[in-house]
Design a protein around this ligand. Sequence first.
Ligand SMILES: Cc1cc2nc3c(=O)[nH]c(=O)nc-3n(C[C@H](O)[C@H](O)[C@H](O)COP(=O)(O)OP(=O)(O)OC[C@H]3O[C@@H](n4cnc5c(N)ncnc54)[C@H](O)[C@@H]3O)c2cc1C
Length: 415
Amino acid sequence: MDTAIEQYDIAIVGAGAVGGTLACALAQAGFSVALIEKTAVSAEQQPAFDERHLGFSRSTKVALDGLGLWQAMSSQAVAVSRIHVSSKGRFGSVMMNAEDEGLESLGYVLPAREIGRVLHETIAQQGNIQVIAPARLLSAVTTRKTAIIELEHQGEQMEIHAGLLVGADGAESQVRELFHIGTSRWEYDQSAVIANLDTDSVESGLAYERFIDDGAIALLPRSEAGYAAVCSVANDVADRLMEMDDRSFAAYMRENLGSRLAAIAEVGKRFRFPLALVRSTEVVREHLVLVGNAAHYIHPVAAQGFNLSMRDVTALAEVLIKARARGHLPGELSVLQEYNNWRKQDERIMVVFTDGLIRLFDNPLLPVVFLRQKGLMALRHFPRVRNLFTRAVTGRLGKQAALMRGVQLSSNRQS
Ligand SMILES: Cc1cc2nc3c(=O)[nH]c(=O)nc-3n(C[C@H](O)[C@H](O)[C@H](O)COP(=O)(O)OP(=O)(O)OC[C@H]3O[C@@H](n4cnc5c(N)ncnc54)[C@H](O)[C@@H]3O)c2cc1C
């Protein structure tokens, strides 16, 4: 039997938060998109939309709004107006405040599942996105003219031809592997253990980042009374946290967070994620680009992975739309290099920032302890240092895509 061949402007492999958002942006701009996902597409079934809560910046929210996604999510979102950063057993904590920065909020917190739900609903309504799921990727190559992807879908083989292939298939990207693109990889020997904590009360809009002897704990306020906790700890500590009963886990949290945490009424199911720094050695080739975790998987300590990826998504959409207006095709190398040149500095800063935080707070050597005390004190006492830190955390360093500044995408097809 002949293999069915389908033609699209852009094929995206991976319908997680990044691939899904990119598909919406490109489809709204008038590109035809094939969205290829290995699991069945629904927020309940896709591991990409699990129990984690994502903290994200105001500019990410503005971009989601520009794509028409935010309104449907907003009822589940909690605005973060303050972040308390501290180190257990040492003085020198600092409070980052939206008001001090002249902002309405520092960011927002949303369940990943809610992002998935809204993405799926929106994608289903987009006429020019074809979702192909569950699908098994058999091969992917590029020729001078196009990218060719072979798939197995519903027991049949099919071939997708697209001007641009986007690998948005996560940290263990198969697309990256099929093109023999290498990675630089650093294992932190840490895992993130996440759990929802129901507490007696939540101080409105207040998030915590607490560095402890075992690593770091982030507490993100949830819409219900409680917090989403992310404990980034050494693997042996993660083993213990996963094995503990709920009472012992609550006691561990209280011991490390002290009076910050109101009484814990209930501890939700715990989940574990191995932590590593994985960076793709190449991000663009002719007819090929890697985005999101496929390009860079960073430590969640500063809640920056999705933010960084949203800056990729909005920049890529903008570059492709502008290139089309100049008569260029999406897969042209010069167009993709323009995207890469734009994004590489921000990526480097975020890697150095998150990796540096881990090294700084994971080191018991006295000079390093001294340095981090100085760092916290500088944050506390010098508004300009605090402003720089806040701008990094809220994604306002460097050139921002129009969507992140509240400017809508142009949808005019000119080619
Ligand atoms: C514990 C934890 C907490 C975090 N907290 C935050 C936070 O607060 N703020 C923040 O900004 N970031 C946070 N992050 C990071 C954020 O979750 C990621 O950056 C983001 O989810 C990346 O999404 P992605 O779509 O690139 O990858 P993924 O979520 O991995 O999605 C990849 C998709 O591709 C699909 N796929 C994989 N292989 C194939 C294939 N061969 N063919 C087809 N489809 C395939 C998968 O099924 C999946 O749907 C956190 C991460 C962790 C681990």
